[in-house]
Design a protein around this ligand. Structure first.
Ligand code: SF4
Length: 121
């Protein structure tokens, strides 16, 4: 993880902690739409041990791309769930696919004022 990534993560965490909360049902509905989105990416978080799930490439603003993505955190997979997934699925693509199904809402989807950059929610 680069220093700039750490800084963006801290900024993002501060923003999401301070934002007005979306209703839990809304956050889950958004997250499920993200889980089916081809732009979603899953990135292991070494120190924490779980995985972050992001809109596009983690922490990269690509809002001008044809399929725009913001790089924001939209969910997380805890380290125990990730370990179980890795034990069951060997190939990285299979792990990523399974992690999408095991993610919990986090970050962007839990904030009331956020919108999907592709208009999916
Ligand atoms: S916020 Fe929108 S574009 Fe980003 S992963 Fe979720 S559904 Fe896809």
């Amino acid at each position: 993880m680069r220093i700039s990534d750490i800084w963006h993560t801290i900024q993002g965490a501060g923003k999401y902690l301070a934002c007005p909360r979306a209703d839990d049902a809304v956050a889950w509905e958004r997250m499920q739409k993200c889980a089916r989105c081809p732009s979603l990416t899953v990135r292991r978080i070494p120190i924490v041990g779980g995985a972050g799930v992001y809109c596009g490439e983690a922490l990269e603003n690509r809002l001008k791309d044809p399929a725009p993505t913001c790089g924001c955190l939209v969910g997380a997979v805890d380290k125990h769930a990730l370990r179980r997934i890795e034990e069951r699925h060997g190939a990285p693509d299979e792990v990523r696919a399974a992690a999408r199904g095991a993610m919990l809402p986090g970050g962007k989807v839990t904030c009331a004022g956020e919108v999907c950059p592709q208009g999916k929610w």
